[in-house]
Design a protein around this ligand. Sequence first.
Ligand SMILES: *[C@@H]1O[C@H](CO)[C@@H](O)[C@H](O)[C@H]1NC(C)=O
Ligand SMILES: *[C@@H]1O[C@H](CO)[C@@H](O)[C@H](O)[C@H]1NC(C)=O
Ligand SMILES: *[C@@H]1O[C@H](CO)[C@@H](O)[C@H](O)[C@H]1NC(C)=O
Ligand SMILES: *[C@@H]1O[C@H](CO)[C@@H](O)[C@H](O)[C@H]1NC(C)=O
Ligand SMILES: *[C@@H]1O[C@H](CO)[C@@H](O)[C@H](O)[C@H]1NC(C)=O
Ligand SMILES: *[C@@H]1O[C@H](CO)[C@@H](O)[C@H](O)[C@H]1NC(C)=O
Ligand SMILES: *[C@@H]1O[C@H](CO)[C@@H](O)[C@H](O)[C@H]1NC(C)=O
Ligand SMILES: *[C@@H]1O[C@H](CO)[C@@H](O)[C@H](O)[C@H]1NC(C)=O
Ligand SMILES: *[C@@H]1O[C@H](CO)[C@@H](O)[C@H](O)[C@H]1NC(C)=O
Length: 487
Amino acid sequence: MEKKPVISATRSLATQLLFLISSILFTCPSATARELLVGFKASPSSSVSSFQSLLNDSTSTFSLGFLRVNQTQLALTVIHLPSLQPLWQANPTSSFRWSDKTQLFFNGSLVISDPHKRSFWSTGTSQQGDRVVLLNSSNLQILQKQEVLWQSFDFPTSTLVENQNFTSNMSLVSSNGLYSMRLGDDFMALYARFKDGKTQQMYWKHKAMEAKAEVVQGQGPIHARLESDGFLGMYQVGKTAVDIQPFNSFHRPFDRFLMVQLEPDGNLKGYYWAQTAWVLDYQAITETCELPSPCGPYGLCRPGSGCSCLDNRTQVDTASFQCIDGDDQSGDFCSGSDDFWVLRRKGVELPFKELMDSDTTSSSAEECELSCQRNCSCWGAVYNNATGFCYPLNYPIQTLVGVGDESKVGYFKVRTKRSWHKKMKVGIRVLGAVIVVLTGVVLGYGGYKIWNRRRRGPQWVLEEKTEVAPGPYKNLGSASFKSIEMF
Ligand SMILES: *[C@@H]1O[C@H](CO)[C@@H](O)[C@H](O)[C@H]1NC(C)=O
Ligand SMILES: *[C@@H]1O[C@H](CO)[C@@H](O)[C@H](O)[C@H]1NC(C)=O
Ligand SMILES: *[C@@H]1O[C@H](CO)[C@@H](O)[C@H](O)[C@H]1NC(C)=O
Ligand SMILES: *[C@@H]1O[C@H](CO)[C@@H](O)[C@H](O)[C@H]1NC(C)=O
Ligand SMILES: *[C@@H]1O[C@H](CO)[C@@H](O)[C@H](O)[C@H]1NC(C)=O
Ligand SMILES: *[C@@H]1O[C@H](CO)[C@@H](O)[C@H](O)[C@H]1NC(C)=O
Ligand SMILES: *[C@@H]1O[C@H](CO)[C@@H](O)[C@H](O)[C@H]1NC(C)=O
Ligand SMILES: *[C@@H]1O[C@H](CO)[C@@H](O)[C@H](O)[C@H]1NC(C)=O
Ligand SMILES: *[C@@H]1O[C@H](CO)[C@@H](O)[C@H](O)[C@H]1NC(C)=O
């Protein structure tokens, strides 16, 4: 904690007096700055092992600073000081080195840059701010006079704290980037990114109950807020909630700080701080097997008895949840060259089938399978014999739920190891390249020789002896041999 915020020397006498009076009035323990002014600069200090604080709120509960992610990396975060829990993070997708070359500065915008990794983040405040403050709500603000130009509450990462507004153009994203939360017209939902690109699968949806107020079309989007009274509320206009999701501590009048977090397992959990630990106060998904992928790809989750694998010949590796050997199970089968084998399993169901599109045109399990087999973007299908519903899966297979009902059947594609096929192709390509290059060399050399002979006349006899004509062929032979041997 070497670098202390720079207090501008141009602070007027009046403000200094005010500061003095207020520090006497509120008996500030130490006269540390409550704001960062234009010109502020700080770099991580090598002596700090976990968190380097740069700016505290008035209660010293929250702090903006550098948080060590690991040995080499840092994140610019607002943390809850007693627990070191990050509540907000500047650009979670880029990393900054814990090095004195990395610098945070305030020039009207708050900027952090790491020249070595060329990573850069800025609040990009369009107008020039004159100070940065951290409120006792954990909201980090850039102000110009009293006007708020930018605030961290508008850019949540994976956490919402009490009284933070969550609007329809925001999203919460889990720290591993896999799951997100967004608002719809009259609902709140969680989405998984099982496949690259834009396709996101909704796996949890909470529609507004509209008990006390209704969602009126055309009255604008809804927003959500975590209320200090112990609930997650959804609102459209006014102060009356269109929906309330109560926490365990709902209406219990004790002083606590609340937050909700989108966890790396895809669950949305609420907590309150109880002096020494965070206490679980709410969870969107209460059954483990209803999480998006609790047992990993090709896993099978049985309520009450945990994880196994869809392929009952493999044992689930509980440390990594690997049911299928390492090879890449991503993308789809539309590039043409990817082969797959098929895994079938009775007594399986999708964990969030009510949120999946079903195809009612299949009249049998065979038909359901066939429609998936023919479709290169389909990874599998689950058929319910009782209802005749066929659920095609357009993303790599995740965990399924084990059920007693054997008439629910699953068909799953497993990508065969690309290795042989792919490496053969690579090998052939390498061989081709070698032939082309060597042919070029031979022709070029031959051409040069002929040209040289013509130019220099009799010298060719001498050079003939060092001619390496048979050489390239031999080299080519051994090169191609190598390329085959390698694969
Ligand atoms: C913030 O508060 C913590 C704990 O009280 C203290 O260690 C740290 O120095 C403070 N940081 C600043 C910038 O005042
Ligand atoms: C530190 O974390 C970053 C990003 O999370 C990662 O890329 C890097 O490999 C990690 N370094 C070490 C030494 O663990
Ligand atoms: C602050 O610094 C950043 C990065 O160097 C720069 O892009 C930006 O224009 C600067 N802002 C002002 C108001 O000078
Ligand atoms: C936070 O600050 C506001 C005014 O800015 C004040 O009304 C409120 O009591 C403070 N809360 C706590 C917990 O200090
Ligand atoms: C959240 O929204 C309410 C009304 O919609 C507003 O009064 C309040 O100031 C907002 N809070 C923040 C921190 O932006
Ligand atoms: C996000 O939505 C709010 C209203 O819900 C609106 O005031 C704000 O301008 C929007 N922000 C962006 C970046 O679109
Ligand atoms: C494994 O699954 C197959 C097909 O579902 C079933 O026929 C077989 O009995 C199962 N074996 C074990 C050991 O559970
Ligand atoms: C193939 O499957 C995808 C995803 O299940 C679906 O969106 C698409 O319509 C299917 N295509 C055909 C031709 O059935
Ligand atoms: C599926 O349903 C049909 C009739 O709807 C029935 O004849 C058949 O036995 C069922 N198959 C299984 C595996 O339950």
